[in-house]
Design a protein around this ligand. Structure first.
Ligand SMILES: Nc1ncnc2c1ncn2[C@@H]1O[C@H](COP(=O)(O)OP(=O)(O)OP(=O)(O)O)[C@@H](O)[C@H]1O
Length: 307
């Protein structure tokens, strides 16, 4: 299997209800392997994923998978055959076992040959490490197990493009880790597009990242380059508990015995005692969201509240 060539050109989606332009001129080419998709609430991530999976037609612009454009219903069906999708909320039938549920979905996906279907269901159950519990009803599964059933249904058709929307929300740290490594394994010879709010999930698994903000591509490139955007603009500032917080984009606040240490973004030292620190991907993301990355930063001088 080879990863598909997914090329998006000037993609726009306007919803008639509310007249919302959810995507506004998105152009990019998805790299192979794991690709992170980041963006604040309402940025347009789910809308983007729905277009890629052929669920939603764009208002204008094109999406082509290996040169096949998603512009007609017939073609969408063709592309859907090579695409797997794990939506944010996947309805599971609680009284079915995982094996029954996957068999049912495989049938809906067109695997009509009984023997081939059963073989494929066993294969995906093994891939997501649920083979041994596949005869248990889904209502007895943990959050992480349900998410793995979700991935299993998404890969039934052995898709070359796998799209997952917020898959680790609500999982405990161990389940998250396990789920992340499952995705990384699946990305070996396909493209996996992982949409999430959890920057750490992307840092741990994705060499490349796309950031969408208000329907636009705010960044696309290597994950290290996103961190590099904030280099030289990240500071630790420690203030007493009684002092107001700095009026600057703040990445983290770490409480201490006598006050709090703020990790802030500023193009110039925000205070005489500010300590420069090296930038992480999260810093790069926050800087980007606040338009505070080096090339856009403007006002030097102190912009901390007086204490
Ligand atoms: N079916 C719809 N009808 C009308 N407006 C919609 C519809 N779906 C999404 N929107 C609007 O489009 C914009 C983008 O929504 P979308 O769900 O794609 O964002 P998102 O980045 O996935 O957000 P979140 O991270 O909160 O899931 C929002 O303003 C949303 O309210």
């Amino acid at each position: 299997m080879t990863a598909p060539d997914v090329t998006i050109n000037d993609l726009t989606v306007t919803f008639r209800r509310g007249g919302v332009r959810a995507l506004d001129g998105i152009s990019l080419r998805l790299p192979a392997g794991m690709v992170g998709l980041l963006g604040p609430n309402g940025a347009g991530k789910t809308t983007f994923l729905r277009v890629l999976t052929g669920v939603l037609l764009p208002t204008s612009g094109t999406v082509a998978v290996d040169g096949t454009e998603l512009t007609s219903r017939g073609r969408r069906r063709e592309v859907r055959a090579t695409t797997g999708y794990l939506p944010q909320e996947l309805g599971l039938y609680p009284d079915l076992t995982a094996r029954q549920f996957l068999d049912y979905l495989a049938l809906l996906k067109g695997l009509t040959d009984r023997r081939a279907r059963r073989a494929r269901v066993e294969e995906v159950l093994d891939l997501v490490s649920l083979g041994e519990v596949a005869n248990r009803k889904l209502k007895t599964y943990s959050g992480g197990m349900k998410r793995r059933v979700g991935i299993a249904q998404a890969i039934l058709n052995d898709p070359r493009l796998l799209i997952v929307d917020e898959p680790t929300v609500g999982l405990d740290p161990e389940e998250r880790l396990r789920f992340r490594s499952l995705l990384a394994t699946l990305a070996g010879d396909r493209t996996v597009l992982l949409s999430t709010h959890i920057v750490d999930d992307i840092v741990q698994t994705c060499p490349n990242v796309v950031v969408i903000e208000r329907g636009h591509v705010a960044f696309q490139g290597a994950i290290g380059d996103l961190a590099a955007r904030a280099e030289g603009t990240v500071w630790h500032v420690t203030r007493p508990a009684t002092a107001p917080p700095p009026d600057l984009p703040t990445v983290t606040v770490t409480p201490g015995m006598t006050g709090a240490t703020y990790r802030v973004i500023s193009s110039a030292p925000p205070a005489p005692d500010a300590e420069p620190v090296s930038a992480t991907v999260e810093d790069g993301y926050i800087a980007l969201m606040h338009g505070a990355a080096p090339q856009r930063a403007q006002h030097p001088g102190s912009n901390l509240h007086a204490i």
